[in-house]
Design a protein around this ligand. Sequence first.
Ligand code: UDP
Length: 333
Amino acid sequence: MILVTGGAGYIGSHTIVELLNKNFEVLVIDNFSNSELSALNSIEKITGKSISFIEMDLRNYDLLIEKTKEFDIEGIIHFAAYKSVGESVFEPLKYYDNNINSLINILNFLKERSISNFVFSSSCTVYGSPEIIPVTEKSEVKKGESPYGKSKIIGEEIINDFNASHTFSAINLRYFNPIGAHSSGLIGDKPSGKPNNLLPFVTQVAIGKREVLSIFGGDYDTPDGTCLRDYIHVTDLAKAHVSAIEYNRKNHNKVIPINLGTGNGSSVLEIVNTFEKVTKIKINFKINPRRKGDVPAIFGDCSLSKKLLGWEAQLSLEDMLSSAWNFEKNIKN
Ligand code: UDP
């Protein structure tokens, strides 16, 4: 059985679908701080399989031990964390408390329960604003520009240090920009309140929930002046987690960072144009000043994932955008 923390969230829910498709049993721990129980019901609907579920906060170690006693856990995929860059700047302690203490508890738990297979949800934010793109896993890890970003960098360091003192196999998956939704339209990215990320903002403008998309910066040193990112379909990303769990079964006893992207950079305007092409809906946008903390351009060299995990992204930008739109149209209220 695989323990998936934060399993009701955006990437977690898609990953559980892929785990169940590969006949893994799944135990979810989530406190619904930024997700909903309905995501778990949707997963069961999509897969026709059931999942075990505990509602709790991972900062409560005693409860974690108590509630998981009856489950035979082979591996852990640790998603549970706060993820808003902007909010983390205003509430740094909230971010460090949750993201770091939950990780420490889950690693103590791993040791106590003799679990040796660990996958951590990291981010390309660890590369900061890179001098050379595409970034490889050997590219420099920077200092971190927000408490959120630092919590991922520190998280990776904690896992490395712990691995030097205790034997287990870990993979730090460094995500680029996951977008899109499951083909069923039943699960997807559903931020509460005003979206921070590009795609939910675009789909909310398309459906009429928001009036205008603000494009942050049109004067970057990029082909069309807007930022470049490596957008990856969340279903592709989810599948990589299953491959990582399978790879760790080889007991390599190391911590391996692996980039997960497509290797292509797309600009904000390309996203808007492709979205319009795929959905035949015009997006009302305005080019505004740059957003503080945005890096001009980043995309990944994703050859290591292919070499080690046998995984590479399959789905196109069109698939990403049409599935995101399909999900938006399905959201009730
Ligand atoms: N972006 C934008 N308008 C928005 C949200 C995002 O222009 O309302 C841009 C942002 O400047 C960046 C890209 O879209 O270049 C992706 O931003 P997102 O927040 O989705 O991900 P990030 O790369 O910051 O993690």
